[in-house]
Design a protein around this ligand. Structure first.
Ligand SMILES: CC(C)(COP(=O)(O)OP(=O)(O)OC[C@H]1O[C@@H](n2cnc3c(N)ncnc32)[C@H](O)[C@@H]1OP(=O)(O)O)[C@@H](O)C(=O)NCCC(=O)NCCS
Length: 256
């Protein structure tokens, strides 16, 4: 694969270029603005050369709008986009991916997808526009179980999202275990709470202050605090931003 191809989440400034790419390959452009679709773009030399998206439906995702500019094909860009889309699906706690393809069956098969019979596709997937389209009769439905794969999450897939005021996070989870990364602005707080998940937090920079049973402990850079299930605690920062990673078991559904 060419080394200088990279992937990132699509931004609003990319919409026109992505629409042009899709339309130029006779693919629908309506997903570009659809709030639900998670779109990635592939770039080379600052230009968008490919794109692809996932529509989450419950715990399933539909991979769609995958296209690589004609003159940039067969250099690994399509495979890279699919690999990153699978990571993004895992980050959104999806368990399986479906797609419909007319000519890409062998391409997707190489990437781990298998043809699947219509009757085994969940009804909420079959109810979508793609599967209801009469042209679908000529296409192959394909499926990938993403819960059984080891998965790599490059930096560009780990997008921070807002949580409480002043708090941002990303989360990676398997079936029983979760890892989160938090940035907590200065003078921010998590009110008193508890959860059934066990929590082990390591502070990477700054300091977090944990209050447990009325006792407040400073957890500084490189230090760790372990909280058993259901222990009430509150957390805050003082005049310095903090970053931390946390291990959780079972997974914290609220962070998925
Ligand atoms: C399918 C597509 C995204 C692949 O992109 P790409 O950047 O060329 O893919 P890669 O370079 O990672 O992989 C190319 C490999 O897949 C094969 N391949 C690509 N498209 C294929 C297809 N339609 N059917 C079978 N094999 C295909 C190539 O021959 C190549 O094989 P090789 O590595 O043994 O030479 C691209 O061909 C495309 O945009 N097609 C038009 C849109 C489309 O069909 N999208 C899929 C809709 S579901």
């Amino acid at each position: 694969m060419e080394k200088n191809i990279s992937c990132r989440y699509m931004q609003v400034k990319d919409h026109d270029e992505v629409r042009e790419l899709l339309a130029g390959n006779r693919l629908p452009t309506d997903r570009v603005n659809a709030g639900n679709t998670i779109m990635l773009v592939a770039e080379q030399g600052g230009r968008i050369i490919g794109c692809g998206g996932i529509d989450p439906i419950g715990e399933s995702g539909i991979l769609q709008s995958l296209v690589v500019n004609k003159k940039n094909r067969s250099r690994g860009c399509g495979s890279l986009l699919v690999d990153r889309l699978i990571s993004v699906a895992a980050l959104h706690a999806l368990r399986e991916l479906f797609l419909l393809t007319v000519s890409g069956r062998d391409f997707f098969h190489k990437l781990g997808f298998s043809p699947i019979g219509g009757e085994t596709i969940p009804s909420q997937v079959r109810q979508t526009v793609a599967w209801k389209n009469p042209d679908c009769a000529a296409a192959t439905s394909m499926h990938l179980d993403i819960t059984r794969q080891a998965r790599y999450f490059p930096q560009e897939t780990l997008r921070l999202r807002d949580d409480l005021p002043g708090v941002q996070l990303w989360a990676v989870s398997l079936q029983k275990t979760m890892l989160t990364y938090f940035t907590v602005d200065a003078n921010s707080s998590f009110p008193q709470h508890s959860h059934e998940s066990e929590q082990i937090t390591m502070v990477l920079s700054g300091a977090l202050y944990f209050t447990v049973h009325g006792d407040t402990r400073k957890v500084g850079k490189g230090e760790v605090i372990a909280l058993p299930a259901d222990v009430e605690h509150a957390v805050f920062t003082l005049d310095e931003k903090a970053t931390a990673v946390d291990a959780w078991s079972p997974v914290m559904k609220r962070y998925q």
